[in-house]
Design a protein around this ligand. Structure first.
Ligand SMILES: [Zn+2]
Length: 485
């Protein structure tokens, strides 16, 4: 008996030693290199142009036909009058009336083109938050090296930075070796079907196969311990949108039974919250956890370093944080609820809208089956109904071994010498997904150095981009094009 106890103690000590050794090695192999990121020169005219663009709020409505398209036209006119040299030098066409497509003809027709993508529509500033803005969202303002205004970060900053970069290249007398396209969608914030999708269709119909498509989505993130991670989006999650309907007898609210459609719906939501879909560790998640390793607690580090043998514990730890959780599983978010139309009625149907985001390697139907399985354990077939609103498959995973990925990564490394290159999954959706049918190298990256809390101002109150970051984008686009295309 004593022998067994001693043996188990020995094995435990060896096991703990083993996982600590692996954790130590993991730390040793996770680079932290702190080189100074060069400061970009400030161009006042470029700043002024971005601020001017903020005053043309292009909002495309979900109800597409009823959008105020005079704003789209105004934005195009603003570009024409601000950058006449670009309209002169590059071929220009509109796609679906409002998306803008420029082609800069290259010297060598045989080389495949590249496409820079952005969107000039913005998310509407929430009425109730207007008072909290330092500067009116559609007027903007500059304070302490920050350019405030709706869209400055998402995605006008990048769009105008591209225009500034092209303009500078023209001034420098540059002609590209290959064709370069610049494609600006007009409805990204409402799904991109009329913009980016139509642009991609145009490429497809004309049999043009770009070597690379570069859109927004990634960034260089500055973490607390000064680690810099350059996240290059190589894929994005899919989406399943459904209405979950729970049923009961409709009746007057003065004599409610214990269970109604509404109480059942509440139960169903609880059940779905309790039974999340199965966690998995996809390669992009592994890269992401490795890249953020040095910013994790000791326990999390031990679990990440030993993820192959302690996976279940790692998942338990990661699912406590919403962003980490989004990396390890397809998620379920309840976003809208609907009951009776009057206050004194128990509805015969109570509805919850569920916005579910699907991991690469899975499909929306996997989630549908999961939800069905959870509900069928609790409710009878006639008690609930699932209405599918839309299904979007996750994107492909773009190639990280391609020559062009290396070029992009090299350019990022020279602009941000301290940054670790991290191929990464976008947990939300971008216009980029529409381009995968014309190129296998679709990347999502904005050349900015930004803290997570600053990045989360996208779509929020007091959205801003620092003057420095805006300048970094202009410099990056300029030299990326000059050095490679
Ligand atoms: Zn955007």
């Amino acid at each position: 008996m004593r022998k067994i106890i001693i043996l188990s103690i020995l094995i435990s000590i060896l096991f703990i030693g083993f996982i600590l050794f692996r954790t130590y090695n993991f730390i040793k192999n996770t680079p932290v290199n702190l080189k100074e990121t060069s400061k970009a020169e400030i161009d006042d005219k470029a700043v002024e142009n971005l601020l001017k663009s903020v005053s043309i709020p292009v909002v495309t409505l979900k109800d597409y036909k009823n959008s105020d398209f005079s704003r789209h036209i105004k934005f195009k006119e603003f570009l024409e009058s601000t950058y006449p040299e670009i309209f002169e030098q590059l071929e220009f066409r509109t796609i679906n009336s409002y998306s803008l497509l420029f082609k800069w003809k290259g010297k060598d027709e045989k080389l495949p083109p590249v496409v820079f993508v952005g969107h000039y529509d913005v998310v509407e500033a929430d009425e109730t938050s207007l008072k909290e803005w330092k500067y009116p969202p559609y007027k903007g303002g500059i304070e302490n090296g920050k350019i405030f205004g709706r869209g400055t970060l998402d995605d006008r900053g990048s769009v105008i930075a591209l225009f500034q970069a092209i303009s500078k290249l023209i001034q420098e007398g540059y002609t590209p070796n290959r064709d370069i396209y610049f494609a600006f969608g007009h409805d990204e914030e409402t799904g991109g079907v009329n913009g980016a999708k139509a642009i991609s269709d145009w490429f497809f119909d004309n049999n043009i196969k770009p070597e690379m498509v570069l859109d927004e989505g990634g960034r260089v993130e500055l973490l607390e311990n000064n680690t810099q991670n350059a996240y290059i989006g190589v894929c994005e999650k899919g989406r399943l949108l459904i209405n979950l309907k729970l049923k009961s007898k409709g009746m007057h609210a003065s004599r409610p039974p214990k269970e109604t459609s509404v109480t059942k719906l509440a139960d169903a939501i609880r059940e779905l919250n309790k039974n999340q879909s199965k966690a998995v560790l996809i390669p992009q998640a592994k890269d992401y956890y490795k890249a953020t390793f040095n910013n994790r607690s000791l326990i999390t580090r031990i679990l990440i370093a030993n993820s192959d043998i302690l996976k279940l514990f790692l998942f338990k730890k990661l699912q406590q944080n919403p962003l980490d959780n989004a990396y390890i599983r397809s998620t379920i978010a309840i976003t809208q609820l609907k009951g009776a139309s009057s206050a004194n009625a128990i509805p015969s149907v109570a509805v919850a809208t569920i916005d579910s985001r699907i991991l690469p390697e899975q499909i929306p139907d996997d989630m549908l089956n999961h939800i069905e399985k959870v509900l069928s354990k609790k409710f009878g077939k006639d008690e609930y109904e699932i209405e599918v609103i839309s299904k979007t498959d996750p994107s492909n995973v773009s190639d990280t071994n391609s020559k062009i990925f290396k070029k992009l990564a090299d350019e990022i490394s020279s602009a941000f010498p301290s940054a670790n290159i991290v191929p990464y999954m976008i947990p939300a959706g971008t216009d980029a997904k529409y381009y995968e049918k014309i190129s296998k190298n679709v990347y999502r990256f904005l050349p900015i150095l930004i803290k997570p809390e600053e990045y989360s101002l996208m779509h929020g109150t007091n959205e801003y981009i620092s003057v420095e970051n805006y300048m970094r984008m202009i410099t990056f686009y300029n030299s990326f094009i000059k050095n490679n295309f």
